[in-house]
Design a protein around this ligand. Sequence first.
Ligand code: F2R
Ligand code: MG
Ligand code: MG
Ligand code: MG
Length: 347
Amino acid sequence: DPNIMKSKFRGCLLGSLMGDCLGAPYEGNEISSGDKIIIQRYFDKMEEPEFKGPFKKYTDDTAMMKSMAKFLIDKPEPDFTYLAKLFVTEYFKEPRRGYGQSVVAVFEKLRNSKYTNIYQPANEQFDGSGSYGNGGAMRIAPVALYYSSDYNNMINVARDATRITHSNIFGINGALLQCIAVQQALHINPSSKINIKEFCSCLLEKIKLIEDNSDDSEFNMPEAYQEKLKKVELLLEKEYNDDLEDEIIYTLGNGIGAYDSVGTAIFCFLKAQSCIPKIETDNIIRRTIQYAVTLGGDTDTIACMAGAIAGAYLGEEAINKALLSHCEKYDEIISLADNLYQAAGNT
Ligand code: F2R
Ligand code: MG
Ligand code: MG
Ligand code: MG
């Protein structure tokens, strides 16, 4: 059904925006049980129709996601130099969107070298080991949408788009895992319950193929993301207890490294398919985002990635309109999703 797909494109990009905007005020924070009550009230308040407040601003996550969508919309054949230019132009237009500390050096080198080798600046990061930050993963959703029925191209484009800023295998494979998760969610019927076991085993199978073909001589953890996904599955089966959240943060991570956040986002999405103690809402996308925020750490990015997966599954109808109305430029993101939908060969 084309209408469902169109709604899923919107849902995905809006879920991503909402996670970023609503998570950003808590980025870098450790969350106490008292804070969880405050976060519950913060979301409740924004859902009240009479509540008026300044926009929640989006950050680098959305700024770069917008460039990814524009790159796919504007060029029939992927032009990665064009993408690099979009990232750089966007950064210098609005440098204060909370970009990663080191990625800024890549933007400066790209500009100064006039894009002669678009992959060299990223390769030079961290003494040649490259960034393992989650900046590749946080912006990848448009690739999953555009190439939703062309898996091999999706992977290749996702990889080459990520390598402009992230050359470390953890940064790259983390972006691929997030991309695959969004693509899988896109193909699930929004009116049926998600089969969590199947979702995980499909992800595991695909990331295994990728890791089998990756060079991981630096870390010597050739099955890193496979192990991570197995931990996601184990944690999903655990009964709630007061220490569970600490265990989740300890085991899956809540940091700015892709390895410490992509598995966590997938976990949040799957966990939020049923009720979570102390997260009071019937809306699955809100529950996903709010839960990601309560884990603390890289809240904008984990909520953004989890929100993108949830929105790709459930579509625009499942987005809480009151919450969305507090997110900066949400109407622009709706147009972007529609343009991406058209560019992907739909009408
Ligand atoms: N930058 C932030 N958050 C902190 C500041 C904002 C805060 N709200 C504030 O008010 O101050 N968030 C954004 O950055 C993350 C995405 O980062 P990205 O694009 O991956 O950037 P970068 O710089 O490449 O990597 C991030 C950091 O990871 C560490 N790191 C990465 N690779 C490393 C390596 N090989 N060796 C050692 N460290 C490595 C470094 O600390 C990098 O600076 C998102 O959270 C986004 O929201
Ligand atoms: Mg950010
Ligand atoms: Mg990318
Ligand atoms: Mg972040």
